[in-house]
Design a protein around this ligand. Structure first.
Ligand SMILES: [Cu+2]
Length: 708
């Protein structure tokens, strides 16, 4: 929750900070950088990624890109190879490698975290250039290196909260959360996923990553690929054109809720200064059953409650609050709670990620103010808050100064709770298990005391961070204003209602007598063995009701999508379609969308022209909360050909069908023959595995949900 400005000023003075936005006024910068000094680097993404040479090209990688460096007179002074350096708090041994950028140097460091790479000033032969927080990363990226990762997907017992979960646990590389995937801005990433699950195929999605000209590596089951069959593997490849924090997770049915999720960091600049960056903070609701089992219960009222809340895979289930006599029998020692030692006066960068199945959370640290510097993969002008609401799939970077507001207590006694608090109405954990005290900040590493600190008195409304607080540092103005390229007239055009299908008493729909969420009138239901990628350009194929076609628009044109929780109840084949007052975290693949409007009331077409829509540098991100009983309007430039999904990130809702395919300029998609061969191989393996019913988990029919 944003602090009101006057309070903010008082606090920042109290905290000894000079300014609310130190990033553009900080006199400590050795090499001040500002918008007026930004020179356009010469590696435009268009030339790095001509559509005839997509990322998956076998000739791709450094050598191809290197040839595209401008050819000119050789410099009089031979410059050393490009910079290699360790970014703040990377894992040991990890370095950013810009060897290909001869003559450039890494300029960031404490006191100038908004910088990244530049050519030395005074080198007259250098063509000049700079990569920093003001660089238009939508168009430019530095030339990094190729990074290869390997993820093994296995079934595994997980102990996250003291109750052994031996049912349905699934992990990457034997751990939950999965291993931290790190890369640097401008790198090429190749991740090989090996599936060793017994009963499931799998696919892995790189949440929020733009996947420029690489939709075929987006990892969405039954859309961009067939599942990777047990025993098979597939290598995902993409270019890092953004920087910040995100997560990767299975996009095969409900698997991520069973443990298939892990953090991603793309190292790059920051819009405010910090001394130390900490490893990502993943928080989530948690169940003791497989999500595949809970799902059946979830679709019948009332919704199934998750068991606990966990931070970085650690929580505590309190058996004394649980009437179940089996509780003590199942109980083992919970993992030790997350702890972090702060050194007084230092500033820490925290990377927050909500990886929940069904819960929106509010992150806070008692007596510590948060300086918010990035939302999703977009750096923002810093603002201060006492807490921050993180919807499912959303991320924030926050900087915390180790200077608690009750500073009179001797340092050796200072311990503070890190809290992960459920947002009111968007939170689905057993009421007596919703322990929000999930971590401890200590000022004395030897202390073992339980904190006695109290929570800030923030409100717990289920609403995104204040719209006006979220101002991207790299501005993007929506040039289409009130004239998008597509038709958004209510009831006739691209205006999408989120509703729920409530089956009639006696009606048995083909896939169970369940309530089903959807966007438009048809819940998504995909055929795992017949993905959309095999029907590129064939818009008549599949269920038009679950696809939006944005074909023949130019890269500079804007498409808007109005998503509303309002509509007129009506009878559909399964029963009644109704509209419930539920907030949905809506996520779009393949684009950072602009959030043109987010209202707690119904949409009206006049909103485009009466000042309600914001066209000048609106918030830009990849997940936003559709307000309960309200609407949200998003827009994107039609600049990334592919098949992208727009879906609710409540896992139950996406599974039940609340998703839409955006089929964007498919005529521009070019898959290399090598990729097509590999895609088809994976699909044939899947079909062979699937055809043998003895491979299935026999307790159920195989497909129970949309597939995503
Ligand atoms: Cu939803």
């Amino acid at each position: 929750m944003r602090l009101i400005d006057s309070l903010c000023e008082t606090l920042t003075r109290a905290l000894g900070l000079l300014t609310i936005s130190p990033w553009n006024q900080d006199t400590r910068l050795q090499q001040p950088v500002g918008p007026s000094q930004v020179q356009e680097p010469h590696q435009a993404l268009e030339t790095l990624f001509p559509s005839t040479k997509p990322l998956n090209s076998q000739e791709g990688g450094i050598s191809l890109q290197y040839e595209k460096l401008p050819v000119g007179d050789p410099p009089k002074v031979i410059l050393p190879d490009g910079p290699i350096f360790a970014p703040p708090n990377a894992r040991p041994g990890f370095v950013c490698n810009y060897t290909a950028m001869k003559g450039w140097r890494h300029t960031a460091g404490v006191g100038m975290r908004n910088a990244w790479l530049e050519k030395p000033i005074g080198d007259e032969d250098a063509t000049g250039g700079i990569y920093n927080i003001f660089t238009n990363y939508d168009r430019f990226a530095p030339i990094g290196t190729v990074r290869k990762y390997h993820l093994n997907v296995t079934d595994q017992v997980i102990n996250a909260d003291g109750i052994i979960r031996n049912d349905g646990g699934k992990v990457f590389n034997g751990q939950y959360p999965g291993p931290w995937i790190e890369a640097c801005w401008g790198d090429w990433v190749e991740i090989t996923v090996e599936n060793h699950l017994q009963y499931n195929g799998t696919t892995v999605h790189w949440h929020g990553v733009r996947m420029l000209n690489a939709f075929e590596h987006d990892g969405v089951n039954a859309i961009t690929q067939c599942p990777i069959a047990p025993g098979d593997q597939f290598t995902y490849k993409f270019r890092v054109t953004q920087y910040g924090t995100s997560w990767y997770h299975s996009h095969y049915s409900l698997q991520y809720a069973d443990g298939l999720a892990g953090p991603i960091t793309f190292h790059g600049p920051s819009s405010a200064d910090y001394d130390v960056a900490l490893e990502p903070f993943l928080f989530s609701d948690w169940s003791h059953n497989s999500a595949f089992e809970d799902y059946g219960l979830e679709l019948r009222k009332p919704p199934v409650a998750m068991k606990t809340v966990i931070l970085n895979g650690k929580g505590f289930y309190n058996c004394s609050n649980n009437p179940n006599p089996d509780c003590e029998a199942l109980k083992i020692d919970p993992p030790s709670i997350f702890e972090q030692v702060f050194e007084r006066g230092r500033k820490y960068l925290l990377r927050l990620i909500n990886t929940s199945t069904a819960s929106t959370f509010i992150f806070s640290i008692d007596k510590h103010i948060l300086q918010v510097v990035a939302m999703d993969f977009v750096a923002i002008e810093p603002y201060y808050a006492d807490s921050i609401l993180v919807g499912i799939g959303q991320r924030y970077h926050v900087i915390v100064e180790a200077r608690p507001s009750n500073d009179l207590i001797p340092v050796e006694d200072q311990n503070y709770w890190i809290r992960i608090t459920g947002a009111n109405g968007c939170f689905d954990v057993e009421p007596n298990q919703a322990n929000e005290k999930l971590g401890i900040i200590r000022y004395n590493s030897g202390s073992t005391k339980t904190p006695t600190s109290t929570r800030y008195n923030f409100n717990t409304d289920c609403a995104d961070e204040p719209y006006e607080s979220l101002v991207p540092v790299v501005p993007m103005d929506v040039t289409a204003r009130d004239r998008p390229a597509n038709d958004i007239h209510q009831d006739t055009g691209d205006n999408f209602e989120v509703g729920i299908e409530l089956p009639d008493e006696n009606y048995t729909v083909p896939h169970g007598n369940f309530t089903r969420w959807d966007i438009l009138d048809t819940p998504m239901w995909l055929n795992f063995s017949d993905p959309t990628i095999d029907h590129i350009g064939d818009y008549a194929w599949g269920t038009n009701e679950t696809a939006m076609i944005t074909e023949n628009f130019s890269k500079d044109e804007w498409v808007y999508i109005i998503i509303t929780g309002q509509g007129t109840p009506k009878q559909v084949s399964e029963g009644k379609r109704e509209f419930l007052p539920v907030a949905h975290p809506m996520h779009l693949h393949g684009h950072d969308f602009v959030l043109l409007s987010q209202q707690t009331r119904p949409f009206h077409p006049d909103d485009l022209t009466n000042g309600t829509f914001k066209y000048d540098n609106p918030p830009r991100r990849d997940v936003a909360l559709l307000p309960r009983n309200g609407y949200m309007a998003i827009g994107f430039r039609v600049d990334n050909p592919g098949i992208w999904i727009l879906h609710c990130h409540i896992a139950w809702h996406a599974s039940s069908g609340l998703a839409l395919q955006i089929r964007e300029n498919e005529h521009e998609i070019q898959l290399t023959p090598q990729f097509v061969k590999e895609k088809d191989r994976v699909c044939e393996n899947w079909k062979t595995w699937f055809a043998n019913e003895s491979n299935w988990w026999t307790a159920h029919e195989f497909q129970e949900d949309s597939g995503i």
